[in-house]
Design a protein around this ligand. Structure first.
Ligand code: HEC
Ligand code: HEC
Ligand code: HEC
Ligand code: HEC
Ligand code: HEC
Ligand code: HEC
Length: 210
């Protein structure tokens, strides 16, 4: 008798786990479209495409991802982990699916338009979207050769004009040949403190609550 109760309890446990997942999964029967907001905010993951390929829930849950939004709160949710076979890199390894160090734009299909550098000087504007269009959708002309994805340029001691003049960072193209030289048109790149404040005024106001 005791044994039957145990089995029945077990069955209930299994059934309720199944139920919770179903309930969470919503109408579509899966997690829908997931927009990651950290650390970069440009990856949109589509359940439907992956499930249509024939993957069942177990291929990703829970060994690569939990049944709830939690990956982006983890410190190791970055490209280095993908390359090491974690998260999307569990499949996007050049074997099961295209490798994580290729086709950046397939996963990062929603890059934010503008990046503003505030160090060492305030402020330099870089129009990511415009550049992607200008250089023809080719992420590889900058990543990872000029701008490695695991490094923030602002954090590098050599992110200076001297480096640009030597052909590093923006200077790879802004050399007077491919694009206007780095020792000209200072104000085209440097929007200055005023430009920076203008650009972030709305955000600051929102923080203050007015
Ligand atoms: C298979 C999907 C996939 C591919 C391909 C991919 N990424 Fe990512 N990338 C992600 C995910 C997921 C994250 C973490 C979520 C986020 O930051 O939006 C991420 C995060 C990042 C970040 C911020 C975190 C970090 O590692 O510094 C950068 C920068 C980045 N990717 C650049 C690239 C570049 C450059 C390429 C191509 C060489 C690339 N990614 C290819 C999925 C991908
Ligand atoms: C190819 C990988 C993959 C497959 C297959 C997959 N998922 Fe997901 N699922 C994810 C990722 C990635 C997330 C986001 C996890 C995170 O943000 O931490 C997610 C999140 C979820 C969430 C939470 C969504 C939210 O907005 O809170 C649910 C529910 C979910 N999946 C259900 C399912 C179900 C049910 C199946 C099978 C029908 C399934 N998933 C198949 C990758 C997958
Ligand atoms: C269980 C294995 C698996 C996991 C985990 C996985 N993928 Fe995929 N993904 C695939 C396969 C297989 C393909 C199709 C084969 C190919 O294109 O190389 C694919 C294709 C894609 C495509 C192209 C789809 C299209 O519309 O052309 C994108 C974008 C993508 N995956 C993003 C992601 C992101 C982002 C993650 C992590 C959040 C992820 N995948 C995790 C297996 C996986
Ligand atoms: C002309 C150069 C250039 C091209 C081309 C380019 N990027 Fe970038 N990208 C940058 C720079 C500069 C940064 C800022 C990185 C830093 O702080 O060093 C950046 C940052 C990023 C980041 C992290 C921040 C964010 O906004 O999410 C991702 C992800 C990224 N790029 C993806 C891509 C993808 C995908 C493509 C192709 C579709 C691409 N980039 C093409 C120069 C470029
Ligand atoms: C892969 C080559 C490449 C790299 C790297 C690159 N640029 Fe450019 N950039 C171009 C091209 C091409 C143009 C358009 C031609 C021109 O204006 O001379 C351009 C135009 C611009 C413009 C004027 C157009 C606009 O968006 O308003 C600015 C500003 C600019 N780049 C800033 C930067 C900054 C800042 C960096 C480094 C963070 C950078 N670029 C890195 C190729 C590049
Ligand atoms: C192609 C874009 C571009 C052009 C053109 C440009 N800069 Fe810069 N500059 C940058 C970037 C990127 C940085 C590093 C990021 C930051 O400080 O915000 C920088 C940093 C600096 C710095 C601080 C670091 C250092 O080297 O001491 C000074 C000062 C500076 N620029 C002055 C100038 C002057 C003066 C001109 C015109 C002769 C000029 N810049 C033209 C992109 C540019």
């Amino acid at each position: 008798m005791k044994r039957y109760i145990k089995i029945i309890t077990l069955l209930f446990a299994v059934a309720s786990v199944g139920y919770t997942i179903q309930a969470k999964a919503g109408d579509e029967g899966h997690g829908g479209t997931i927009t990651f907001t950290k650390p970069a905010s440009s990856v949109v993951f589509d359940h439907k495409t992956h499930i249509d390929m024939g993957f069942d829930c177990d291929s990703c849950h829970e060994k690569l991802f939990e049944y709830k939004r939690s990956a982006e709160d983890k410190a190791d949710f970055n490209m280095a982990s993908m390359y090491a076979g974690k998260y999307c890199g569990g499949c996007h390894n050049g074997n099961t699916a295209f490798a994580s160090n290729t086709k950046c734009g397939s996963c990062h299909n929603n890059v934010k338009a503008k990046i503003v550098f505030a160090k060492p000087v305030k402020a330099v504007i870089f129009d990511h979207k415009a550049h992607i269009e200008m250089v023809g959708d080719d992420c590889a002309s900058c990543h990872d050769s000029v701008f490695p994805s695991d490094k923030k340029s602002e954090a590098q001691a050599d992110f200076t004009m001297d480096s640009l003049y030597k052909g590093k960072y923006c200077g790879k193209c802004h050399d007077g040949s491919m694009a206007f030289a780095s020792n000209t048109k200072c104000a085209t790149c440097h929007i200055g403190v005023k430009g920076y404040n203008r650009m972030f005024k709305t955000e600051k106001a929102a923080h203050k609550g007015h």
